[in-house]
Write a protein that binds this ligand. Structure first.
Ligand code: HGY
Ligand code: MN
Ligand code: MN
Length: 417
């Protein structure tokens, strides 16, 4: 690695620090889609795109797109991207690494006056995390024409609907369809992302290719029992929805610990929520994932049966309402091979990874040949302020990603099968 590459890594780290200042709260990084800090961060990314010789524009869904012309403008576009929206209390590299590395690739081309065969576009997809409206990938779903219209009625914690938030941001909800890109106009989609796991750290490698993204479902688990006086209702007479939910949550963990899936309950609410009233209602948010769709369905079915048995034994009623689903996405084998080639001599020993985290690439892959590269992150920590990468690994990731871009550009459509 030469000094230019090392400096590109350091510059990316500086830019991540600059973007981290655009936050909804001072005490930690939170930058949700369609908020003013989000707009400010996007404006900063647009400025870096201009500096790299791209002319950025926003599409009808608020995705930011910068284009760097190739030698033949009417060839299909080589699309590079990720996201810069964050979860609440986020790290500063989840998403931002991919966007800034893509811009660094174009800066590298611009610095030498190089024009690729294909036009290159860098896209910043809106709302990959789903941290505001409870559903995710709004930008990449609009871009692929797969955004459910009923999502416009989804509301954030303040009760503002997605439609209202789009209007307040300056976008027209009834024009979201205009954001759809014809897949025939795209050569491939490439995304670099932090691993959010520890396999690269265990392997002692900075970067690896990714072969697929796991299937994800999110569901509301609801138990209904009987309200009652905390002091006078005998323990044997209770139909306590909260203790029932506690048993269901432990059953989720037990199922996942058996390896059938990865499952998390990140939120439980009980009503009425008073110390001296037995909870008549309890609701939990479930996130359940598996590498293959069939395994996910089987795990959710088993959980539903187990939950129903717990409810029956406790005199409760139990429902499962799935409100989000991203099927498993397999990447184009030809692109996975090029991604491994892009890793250089050490790539041969690199593991090919399966992503348990969701990414915009999961929305693109069914329609456009896609592949991802993962970069090492310390302890696999993510979705937390302690998320960390090194400038050296950022440099190695940019070089690998830049090599992949060049390989795919030169190989053209033949490489994307
Ligand atoms: O939730 C996920 O898997 C992704 O980080 N949005
Ligand atoms: Mn991400
Ligand atoms: Mn994330």
């Amino acid at each position: 690695m030469d000094e230019t590459e090392r400096e590109a890594g350091r510059q990316l780290m500086r830019r991540c620090d600059q973007l981290a200042r655009f936050s909804e709260t001072p005490e930690h990084l939170t930058r949700r889609f369609l908020t003013e800090p989000y707009r400010a961060a996007l404006d900063q990314v647009a400025a870096w795109m201009r500096g790299a010789g791209m002319e950025p524009h926003s599409d009808a869904a608020g995705n930011l797109i910068g284009r760097y012309e190739g030698q033949q403008p009417d060839k299909p576009v080589l699309l590079l991207g990720s996201h810069i929206d964050t979860v609440v209390g986020a790290g500063r590299y989840d998403g931002m690494l991919g966007v800034l590395a893509a811009i660094a690739c174009v800066e590298r081309m611009q610095a030498t006056g190089y024009r690729p065969q294909h036009p290159v576009e860098v896209i910043v997809f809106g709302d990959e995390e789903g941290a505001r409206f409870g559903v995710a990938m709004i930008g990449s779903r609009a871009f692929t024409g797969t955004l459910p219209t009923e999502w416009l009625d989804k509301t954030d914690a303040s009760g503002m609907s997605l439609a209202c938030a789009l209007r307040a941001y300056g976008l027209a909800p009834d024009r979201l369809g205009a954001a759809r890109r014809d897949p025939a106009t795209l050569l491939a989609y490439l995304e670099l992302h932090i691993e959010q796991g520890t396999r690269l750290e265990q392997a002692g490698l900075p970067v690896a290719a990714v072969t697929r993204i796991s299937a994800v479902k999110r569901a509301r688990l609801r138990l209904t029992g009987a309200l009652g006086h905390a002091g006078t209702v005998a323990m044997s007479e209770r139909r306590d929805a909260l203790t029932g939910m506690a048993e269901v949550v432990l059953a989720v963990e037990a199922l996942a610990r058996r390896g059938a899936c990865i499952a998390t309950v990140g939120n439980v609410t009980a009503k009425p929520g008073a110390a001296n009233v037995i909870a008549g209602h309890a609701e939990a948010l479930l996130d359940i994932r598996a590498p293959e769709n069939a395994a996910l369905e089987a795990a959710l079915a088993e959980l539903t049966t187990t939950g129903q048995a717990i409810a029956t034994r406790r005199g409760l009623s139990f429902t499962v309402e799935t409100f989000y689903h991203a099927p498993s996405a397999a990447f184009a084998p030809g692109l996975v091979r090029l991604a491994q080639q892009a890793l250089g001599p050490r790539g041969a020993a690199a593991p090919v990874l399966i992503s348990a985290a969701g990414h915009d690439a999961a929305m693109l892959a069914p329609l456009v040949p896609s592949v991802m590269l993962f970069a090492r992150c310390r302890g696999g920590i993510s979705h937390a302020p302690e998320e960390e990468i090194t400038a050296e690994d950022a440099a190695a990731a940019i070089t690998a990603f830049s090599t992949l871009v060049d390989l795919v550009d030169r190989a053209g459509p033949a490489a994307t099968v």
